[in-house]
Design a protein around this ligand. Structure first.
Ligand code: SF4
Ligand code: SF4
Length: 159
């Protein structure tokens, strides 16, 4: 339960002052971003619309201390469909930078998350390449073998 003393009326202005956070105040909470977010599809606790509402309501600590802000995979699907051009993917980056700057997470933690991001992008690329090869070649590379290679990469990678 958020108490009145936990509200910071400047939070939205601070977010808007960050690179990437500039458009947050024009969000009108339509929910299009949440409807198209692949992370929300996998875990309903993650909701771009709710995070923006929390920012606009001044819930600084509740947002910046929440592990959910690290769930965004920066795919920018939310930005593509937003009628207000809020660019929520960039807002998430701004919130993460603020969370580290304000001591909720260490710079080392941020580096580990960046490593996970890089690994996730590389693995997605491998799977897409395998899918393309499967659709184009007479002797297809199976997605299952690509998935095995991806599993091996994950096992061998330290984050
Ligand atoms: S799609 Fe844009 S305007 Fe709609 S809730 Fe998301 S950020 Fe706000
Ligand atoms: S950029 Fe983040 S919030 Fe936006 S759709 Fe992708 S995962 Fe969801």
């Amino acid at each position: 339960m958020i108490q009145a003393q936990d509200i910071d009326a400047n939070f939205k202005y601070d977010v808007a002052a960050q690179p990437g956070g500039e458009h947050i105040k024009v969000c009108y909470s339509c929910g299009t971003c949440t409807a198209g977010c692949p992370v929300t599809e996998a875990d309903a606790r993650y909701s771009p619309r709710r995070i923006i509402r929390q920012v606009l309501l001044g819930q600084r600590q509740a947002v910046l201390a929440d592990p959910l802000i690290w769930y965004c995979e920066t795919c920018y699907a939310c930005s593509a469909y937003c009628p207000q051009n809020v660019k929520f993917g960039d807002v998430m980056r701004a919130l993460r930078e603020m969370a580290v700057a304000e001591g909720y997470y260490t710079p080392e933690f941020l580096q580990r998350i960046r490593n996970v991001d890089r690994l996730a992008h590389a693995l997605r690329l491998q799977l897409v390449q395998a899918a393309l090869e499967q659709s184009q070649e007479a002797s297809p590379v199976s997605l299952e073998s690509a998935a095995d290679a991806v599993q091996e990469s994950v096992k061998n990678t330290r984050v």
